[in-house]
Design a protein. Structure first.
Length: 307
């Protein structure tokens, strides 16, 4: 059995009723939802997708779901984690990776993302900001479009480098719309994302500053397995976590670099904990010879646990 990395999804694939079937079926995860709180638990299980998708709600809701999935795997199917050597998460999912690596505990993960979500939500208020996925263009090609163009410079930033040919940009709504039209006119493929802010750009600076205060009051431990931060895409080197996690809010997510380094470091199997299967799709498209599995939703996990 090869070396395993567990990876955690970011915002964008959430769904109504997320976690509700697991909660009803497995009482051992109810403590996680008790920490989440009644209001957000009710929203996760019975709320509309619009309410769930607001970043101040979604961040703690999604981390609770991922922690619940992880707990159930550890309890009922621990063999799935044999050979575990490393972890990472896409943006928000990084906090589940921090919990898996034991840098923080479940309670701190939920507490931190609640604050992070509130601050990022506040930074997005009164600002028309959007995110756009650009497909079939390289990072260099996207930078060439943005740099030196007064319509886009300091208005649109690269927010995620997800793969060799999937770049996410983020910024002012009008500039993003203009960029989308420009790309379409040049026969390039771009898809708007359903998120509520210009995440991973300098537009989140107020959130970064506010979050540092919370991070400074948090205890961080040495990771028990290899952890790859979004801001470097490399194995964690001991940089203070206050810096790593505050910078993550305003810096691009280097997902593609992370995956390349994980594979170079010996990972041969990946288990994605969703919602959704975005990360698995990227891995299967970009790399050969890997074993990739995905838990996309409640039903996926129930089927796995009760097989």
């Amino acid at each position: 059995m090869g070396n395993l990395a567990v990876i955690f999804a970011g915002q964008g694939s959430q769904y109504e009723g997320m976690g509700s079937k697991l909660y009803d079926r497995y009482p051992e995860i109810r403590g996680i939802y008790d920490r989440l709180g009644r209001e957000l638990t009710d929203m996760s299980f019975r709320g509309s997708i619009d309410d769930i998708s607001k970043t101040n709600n979604l961040q703690p809701i999604m981390i609770a779901f991922q922690l619940a999935v992880l707990k159930l795997i550890r309890t009922h199917k621990p063999d799935l984690l044999k050979g575990l050597m490393s972890t990472c998460g896409l943006s928000l999912g990084e906090y589940s990776a921090l919990a898996l690596s034991e840098i923080i505990d479940e309670g701190d993960a939920l507490r931190l993302v609640a604050v992070r979500g509130a601050l990022m939500g506040e930074a997005s208020e009164n600002r028309n900001s959007k995110m756009l996925a650009i497909l079939k263009m390289t990072e260099d090609e996207v930078r060439e479009v943005l740099q030196g163009n007064p319509k886009f410079e300091e208005k649109v930033y690269i927010a995620n480098i997800n793969s060799s040919r999937q770049i996410i940009v983020s910024g002012e709504g009008d500039a993003i719309d203009e960029l989308k039209d420009f790309l379409k006119a040049n026969r390039k493929l771009a898809k708007p994302l359903t998120v509520s802010g210009a995440f991973h750009t300098p537009f989140m600076e107020s959130a970064r500053v506010g979050f540092m205060k919370t991070l400074e009051g948090t205890s961080f431990r040495v990771p028990e397995i290899s952890y790859y931060p979004n801001v470097t895409g490399e194995k964690y080197d001991g940089t203070p976590m206050v810096h790593v996690l505050s910078e993550q809010i305003v810096s691009p997510v280097l997902l593609y670099k992370t995956f390349k380094n994980m594979v170079d470091d010996g990972v041969t199997r990946f288990l994605e904990i969703g919602p959704g299967g975005v990360l698995s799709t990227i891995l299967e498209r970009e790399f050969e010879g890997l074993e990739v599995s995905t838990i996309k939703n409640d039903d996926d996990l129930i089927e796995l646990l009760e097989a």
